[in-house]
Design a binder for this molecule. Structure first.
Ligand code: BES
Ligand code: MN
Ligand code: ZN
Length: 512
């Protein structure tokens, strides 16, 4: 799919078994006094030091530094340092576990997140240097750190433009890791699955909206290399009518590319005792706002309005690739919110699949409409999920409240709230619980239907969540109101889709 660097990574032991006469100490092998090898390519070294090995800095500086920088570097307490080295740059990374005690520690940056972001940043230089060999030295690192490091490297391989070229750059580089003891091949595979899930979500968000209209997006999903554990079903107009998904149909009726609901169903090969989880994603391939047209500045990034579906798909891909040991269903509610003579209008009334009559108050509150029907499909499915999780770029209000780095978390279950918050903290993919204030639902009261799809603008993220809650039939439910766009920072080398919530939900599924 996307270029993979780390899957070709080899351990120093494997690498050296093919090359005779290696000195015993890896560090010595590359010391400044050693004559350069005959090749002229850049040879970079990256040291990742666990906390017990932070004092190794002095030795490394002695070994790699020169002149004035030796003294400056030796006394530094920086977590990140770059020395010129002999045949290429040398990075010394010494992440410290941050001990944030406030907010129950939920804002503390995990070592996983730190290593991911540090290595992701280093990877930008490695790419532009076209390093011939990259030596990655792990000293006293934990599994969490190593996983983060490899995920960061792999996430950084993705670029939307010219993927062929970025692949060549990586293929030319040899990644050699040095770690005493066990091989890291299994961990590398885990990291690769994680990063590829994120990158897949990023890529779909970055894809131009004319190349991912609803029918194209559904086709893309179908054409992915799914294992036989995974089944794909697409509900098009006919089926949506039969299923009474009138809200999905209403949102999509202004677009020449008709809306659809994609169901991805994963069942592990070995019978599992884990209860079924269902994920639902908002997949508005472009949100003009509809007849309640967005002003141009607000429409700029609206190709990302399928970010929830993209992250859902990334997660489905991870579940399939990693052969997750529990059953999972995924639903992508896909439509384009377009302007047309046939677009839904303010004042229109539609009957949802669940039977509620909904008056369209604002055609720009379309996400909750497609999700309402999709949530009802999930909640009434024969295989009865124990938990339903939805992801959606649902409200501008959530971005205003929490900023772009945190998803708003809504749930009707306190245990789930804690699980999700912790998974977000560990995976450096944060979410923050916001309240479901029942009383606020009154803003939706309508004289012409059971309720409207928008009300006053106060507490917009909360009222949007309350709307969704009407459609989960009392089941355990999690709603993530996300932004889905970020960078350039850490492993995200350009501003674009960021696969928000994919890592948090992988972490959550792994911990269940
Ligand atoms: N897709 C937008 C929400 C959005 C906007 C997310 C900007 C991230 C960044 C959604 O469909 C929308 O337009 N919501 C409206 C709801 C309102 C009309 C009740 C909003 O947030 O303004
Ligand atoms: Mn909208
Ligand atoms: Zn939208």
């Amino acid at each position: 799919m996307f270029p993979s660097w780390i899957l070709q990574a080899q351990s120093a032991h494997a690498a050296s078994s093919r090359k005779p006469a290696q000195p015993k100490s890896v560090a010595k092998k590359h010391s400044r006094s050693t004559k350069k090898s005959s090749s002229t390519g850049v040879i970079a070294h990256v040291y990742l030091l666990g906390e017990s090995k932070h004092s190794q800095l002095a030795d490394l500086v002695e070994q790699w530094g020169s002149g004035w920088e030796k003294k400056a570097a030796r006394d530094s307490d920086k977590e990140w340092m770059q020395l010129p080295g002999e045949a290429g740059p040398v990075w010394i990374l010494r992440p410290r576990e941050s001990r944030g005690l406030s907010h129950q520690g939920l804002l503390a940056e995990s070592l996983y997140a730190k290593c991911r972001d540090l290595l992701g940043t280093v990877a930008a230089s490695l790419k532009s240097l076209q390093a011939q060999e990259v030596h990655l030295h792990f000293e006293g690192t934990s599994e969490e750190m190593e996983l983060g490091a490899f995920v960061g490297l792999e996430m950084a391989t993705y670029s939307f433009k010219d993927q062929e070229k970025s692949f060549r750059l990586l293929a030319n580089s040899k990644l050699i890791y040095h770690k005493e003891g066990d091989s890291l091949q299994d961990l590398i595979k885990r990291a690769s699955h994680r990063a590829q899930a994120v990158n897949r979500a990023r890529h779909l968000v970055n894809t131009p909206p004319n190349l991912k209209v609803p029918q194209m997006l559904a086709k893309t999903v179908k054409s992915m290399n799914w294992s036989k554990r995974t089944q794909i079903e697409v509900w098009n107009t006919e089926r949506l009518k039969k299923e009474k998904c009138h809200l999905i149909l209403a949102v999509g009726q202004g677009s020449p590319s008709s809306p659809c609901l994609v169901k991805i169903s994963y069942r592990p090969i070995k019978k599992s005792t884990k209860p079924l989880v269902a994920f639902v994603g908002k997949g508005i391939t472009f949100d003009t706002g509809g007849l309640d047209l967005k002003p141009s500045a607000a429409m700029r990034l609206m190709k990302k309005d399928m970010g929830g579906a993209a992250s859902t798909l990334g997660l489905a891909y991870w579940v399939d690739q990693s052969q997750y040991d529990g059953p999972v269903d995924f639903y992508l509610a896909i439509a384009e919110n377009a302007v047309d003579g046939n677009s839904m209008r303010p004042g229109d009334v539609f009957t949802s699949r669940a039977g509620f009559e909904v008056e369209i108050d604002n055609t720009d509150a379309e996400g909750r409409l497609v999700l309402a029907d999709a949530l009802d499909v999930a909640a009434t499915s024969k295989a009865q999920p124990e938990v339903i999780v939805d992801m959606a770029t649902l409200t501008g209000a959530c971005r205003v409240a929490l900023g772009v780095e945190m998803a708003g978390l809504f749930t009707n279950d306190d245990d789930l709230a804690e699980e999700l918050a912790l998974a977000g903290q560990r995976s450096g993919d944060l979410n923050w619980r916001l309240p479901l204030v029942d009383r606020y639902f009154s803003t939706y009261s309508s004289a012409f239907a059971d309720f409207k799809n928008s009300g006053d603008s106060f507490g917009g993220a909360i009222t949007a969540a309350l709307f969704l809650q009407k459609f989960v039939r009392g089941k355990k439910w999690i709603h993530l109101d996300m932004y889905g766009w970020g960078g350039p920072v850490g492993p995200l080398h350009f501003a674009g889709g960021n696969g928000q919530s994919v890592q948090a939900l992988i972490e959550w599924l792994e911990s269940r």
